[in-house]
Structure formats: structure tokens, C-alpha cells
Write a protein that binds this ligand. Sequence first.
Ligand SMILES: Cc1cc2nc3c(=O)[nH]c(=O)nc-3n(C[C@H](O)[C@H](O)[C@H](O)COP(=O)(O)O)c2cc1C
Length: 358
Amino acid sequence: MRVKVAEYAALFYERGRLVWDDYLHHRQFELTEVAERVCRAFAEFADPDEVCAELAPEDAAAVRKVVDELVEARVLVVEGSAEHGEEQALLAAWASWGSSARHFHFATRTLGDTRYASWTEQDAELDDKLATNPPPPPFKRVGTGPVELPKGNGLPDWANRPLLQVLLERRTTRRFGEQPLDLAELGHLLRIVGGPLPVKGAIGRSGTVLKTSPSGGGRHPVELYLHAQRVEGLEPGWYHYDAARHVLEPLGTTWTPEQVATSAGDQEWVGEAAAAIYYTAVLGRTRWKYDTARAYRVVQMDVGHLSQTAYLVATAMGLRVGFTAALRDELVEEVLGCDPHHEIVLGVTALGRPRRRR
Ligand SMILES: Cc1cc2nc3c(=O)[nH]c(=O)nc-3n(C[C@H](O)[C@H](O)[C@H](O)COP(=O)(O)O)c2cc1C
């Protein structure tokens, strides 16, 4: 029999203890120093009898005991066993995404017996929380001198376009015309994508709001920032969209088209857009309700829903639009002043007018 240390787990220190995190089977336990040293001896498949034969007899018996315990605990896998097969399938399928992707996926993958709280239990928990720990505000305010967005009376013409037609027309465009956007249509788009709806539901009691897009737990962690390059009536530069007041808050910086493209992983078409909406998520809003790692997935899904709304509204308006997740997060964090422990960068929607036909 040959055994080796399993590769469906990660090792990390937590409060000074070395933790074996078998993310594939959702098992976590402490590894002793001796167990860790034994694991090192079995980095490659080896026969425990042969390994122990090289040790002094009193050490051999102790090491053999630890090996047997580690085999029993599936920290060491036996060559040809079911666990070995599982490990090989995992490594083969997830090789190109590396160990952190497979760790996150399987650690947050729910199992057949994962317990979900009932609505009644969730409500009771929420009530307790509301009494002691109020939720963070649903909108961010940067506080810089606001630029008013046109209020707009009534529905614009494009709002009557049939949904199915808009869905069929929606395409990602990577070519934009030179003509500027107008501030009123940009205001419409920001309000429809990021603004609160004038409706109240049960969800409102936890201090959150409803929008045109759904959001996990109604938490709406996503914030919208605008980089304007060619918008009539708006100075080029960076703004935060304060959805509660429907105003733009200038951030005091303007990027060149090259800087915009660099932030979007060197995609020139993003730099050529008339404007770009960058999405971040304020994690505290979602964390307030959900304290499991799986909530991180929910945040990513939230931005997908908002981005699709932006796609559809921009398409209905006759604009050109494209989303990208290929971003240099750090550059965007720096310009927006985001602390990545609390507000994370998610993606960008580039917007512009169609190119004029010659
Ligand atoms: C999450 C996500 C990430 C994307 N990232 C990029 C990107 O980095 N660069 C790009 O040119 N397009 C990107 N796109 C656009 C896709 O390439 C596009 O949706 C796809 O080619 C299908 O075309 P369609 O949107 O016209 O249906 C992204 C789309 C989504 C939803």
C-alpha cells in the first residue's frame, strides 16, 4: 500500500493552530506538529512500511500510528482508493484555475444536507439583529459638491420600446461614435440602474431599498461610479453616483482615455467610450445579513443583474454598450478611494453613441 498527502485540502494558521481544511468534503480540523511532519514525508506516494523501516524502532511505531490515523482521517490518500480518484478528478478539472478557485468553489458549495433557515427563523434572527446592530446605510455618500442630474418629467420615448425587441437587439459593442452623451439620458440610466424604487416591501424594515434589479437578501451592495469623457453638460472626470439624492459627486480626478483603457486590462475600446460606469460592492451591506463565505458569490451575481439592466436600458436608448470584468482592481480602488476589505471593484459598463455611417 502506498499513500500520499491529499491535495483536496488547504492548510492555514488560525489563532496559532494549523488547520487542515478539506474543502472537498467540508471537514476542518487541527493538525499537530507531528502529523504535519508525517504529511511532509508523504508529499509523493510512498509505502509507510518502507518509510518506517528507515526509522529507529521506537519512532517507527509512533509514526506508523500517526500514518494510520491520517489515512483514517483521509489526510493521506491510499493509491487507487476512491479518495485518490476524487483528488485526481479535482486536479484535472480545476488545474488551469489554480488552487484558490477550487478551494473557494468547493468550500462554498452547498451539500445535500446543508441546513437553510426557514423564513420564520430568518425573520427572528433579523429582528434580533435589528435591535442590537443596525444595518449599514443602503447608499454611500462621498459628500463632495453635488452635480444635479436633470429631473426629467414623464417617460421618455424610448421607454415604450417592447422588452423582447430590446432583448433581441442587445449586443456588446466595442466601437463607439465621437458624439457625446447627454446628461439627461445618463441621469435616466443611472437612476434606473442604481436608484431606489418608490415602493416599500417587508424587506424595507432592514433599512434597505428595492431597485429595478434583484439583489441577494435585498441588500443591494453595488455602488455606481461614473467616468465621464464626452458627456454634454458634465465636466470630464470621475464621479460617484449618490443614488439617494440622484446627484453626481465629483471625485476631483480625470483619467485620460489611456488610463481608462489601462484600468480595463488594456482594452482600448473602453477608453474610447463616451462614459464608463464602474461598479463596486460595499460588502458590509451583504455581510450584515449573511455571515457565510457563499455570500461572496451573491455579491458577484448582484453586479451581473445590474449590468444586464444597464445593457437593456442603454440598448433601448439607442446607445452602444459593453461590460467588462477584466479590470485592474487596484488602479480603480486607488482613484475611487476604496478599501478592498470593505468595498470591492467588480466591473465596468462602457457607453457611447453609435458610429455614424459614412
Ligand atoms: C461577466 C462578463 C465579463 C465580460 N468581460 C468582457 C471583457 O473583458 N472584454 C470584452 O470585450 N467583453 C467582455 N464581456 C462581453 C462578452 O464578451 C459578450 O457578452 C459576449 O461576447 C457575448 O456577446 P453579446 O453581449 O453581444 O451577447 C463580458 C461580459 C460579461 C457578462
